[in-house]
Design a protein around this ligand. Structure first.
Ligand SMILES: [Zn+2]
Length: 428
């Protein structure tokens, strides 16, 4: 449309020049040009109007099992070859599959055991048709919301926050909404809360229901920050409030952090992303400190460099990883300030590696930061730790020095023995 207006405007100017120009030949030329341009525009409009293939398409799904895409071509066309192009916005995955049309109808089944699709995402698709004349036409695009419809969700909302839950009464939903709002207040101490887009919190009653979605067996929560979707497990019961106040704010922080730093979020070191998320937890798990100190005392801490890409699969090690990340990020916040934490995250979004992100943003390498944190927050004696870490090498060095020395001493002793020297020399 912009181009169209541009052409009209430039032609209007030409027309103005034409009216002022006394030369007849020039007038004829402009008139001809004007007619050609106008008809070309009309032809283009007609071609565009003809390019759409008339088609109806729908999809039905069985959650976690399959999605069936059905299409019916309404226009009378001969299809030589056809593809369906499916994309899941959450993962930006594009799936192109050849499909068959017979009598203008096509049915394609996507196996969700093979292709994992995030729940609560919008699935879009269109068809690419090669017609008998060789021309390639693209259909309109269609979409469905792929929701976890295994359960009858109850719903409560306040502004941009929406809470959905399976088990529990209205008070359960209200408590979850309150936990979310308190969590946002906590988050606001670290970064601005962005609720321009809604946030949907889905509360599952059983761990298995979440694990079935491909989430780690030890994870009681999962966030899909790009979608603004949070999934948590909270069993209704005596400890429900405690679980809500830990898990909901934690996952909300992932969403808010994403909204602050954008798609580069995926480049964040796991220790930073998870460490920041734990800071949002209300009444954080008391076991964090116990497990952390215990690991520190037995020299069993996981190095930060090993918590860059992901957290361990083993549940006990994963818990220790959270405890370390929380303590480490708390140390960074208290030492460098809150804005520095967000700056550090932004540095990592530029694709800087784990060690150098800290260097570039805070002027100190990750390993140096880690030593200082261990010393200041965990009371470790850095020299003692260094000594312990070097112990195997020191033992090796000792052996390398001692063995020749002892052999040498033995040789000297044997030299002193009148019957021995030749025998020993011969051996060499
Ligand atoms: Zn997390």
């Amino acid at each position: 449309m912009k181009r169209f207006l541009h052409v009209i405007l430039s032609e209007a100017k030409n027309l103005y020049d034409y009216l002022r120009d006394p030369s007849l030949s020039l007038r004829v030329t402009y008139l001809a040009l004007l007619i050609v341009t106008a008809s070309a525009l009309l032809i283009t409009q007609q071609v565009q109007a003809q390019s759409g293939i008339e088609m109806q398409s729908t999809a039905v799904y069985q959650f976690g099992e399959q999605i069936t895409f059905v299409a019916q071509v309404v226009s009378p066309v001969q299809i030589q070859q056809a593809n369906i192009v499916i994309f899941d916005e959450a993962q930006a995955v594009t799936n192109v599959q050849a499909v068959q049309f017979s009598d203008g109808r096509s049915e394609y089944r996507l196996d969700l055991h093979q292709t994992r699709v995030q729940p609560f995402t919008t699935i879009r698709w269109y068809y690419e048709l090669t017609l008998s004349d060789g021309s390639v036409q693209q259909s309109d695009s269609y979409s469905i919301d792929y929701d976890d419809n295994r359960f009858a969700w109850q719903k409560l909302e306040a502004g941009s926050l929406r809470v959905f839950w399976v088990q529990g009464d209205a008070a359960f939903g209200q408590a979850a909404l309150n936990a979310a709002q308190s969590g946002l207040q906590n988050i606001n101490k670290l970064m601005p809360v962005d609720l321009a887009q809604p946030v949907d919190i889905f509360i599952y009653a059983k761990q298995n229901d979440l694990t079935a979605l491909g989430v780690e067996t030890w994870a009681a929560g999962h966030a899909n920050p790009a979608l603004g979707v949070v999934l948590v497990v909270i069993e209704p019961g005596a400890s429900q409030s405690l679980s809500m106040e830990q898990r909901i704010p934690h996952e909300l922080m992932h969403v808010m952090l994403y909204r602050q730093i954008g798609a580069g979020y995926r480049q964040l070191p796991a220790w930073l992303n998870e460490g920041v998320a734990t800071l949002a937890e209300i009444n954080p798990n008391a076991d964090y400190d116990r497990v952390l100190l215990d690991a520190s005392n037995r020299n069993g801490l996981i190095r930060m460099a090993d918590l860059c890409a992901s957290f361990p699969a083993d549940s006990a090690q994963a818990f220790l990883a959270y405890a370390e990340a929380r303590s480490f990020v708390t140390y960074l916040r208290d030492t460098y300030g809150v804005p520095a934490l967000l700056n550090l995250a932004r540095t990592y979004t530029q694709g800087v590696d784990c060690e150098n992100g800290a260097q570039r943003s805070l002027g100190i390498s990750l390993s140096q930061l880690e030593s200082t944190w261990r010393e200041k927050s965990l009371g470790q004696n850095v020299w003692g730790v260094a000594f312990r870490n070097m112990l195997p090498y020191l033992v090796l060095l000792g052996l390398l020095i001692l063995v020749p020395l002892m052999v040498g001493m033995n040789a000297t002793r044997q030299k002193a023995d009148k019957h021995g020297p030749e025998k020993y020399t011969n051996k060499r």
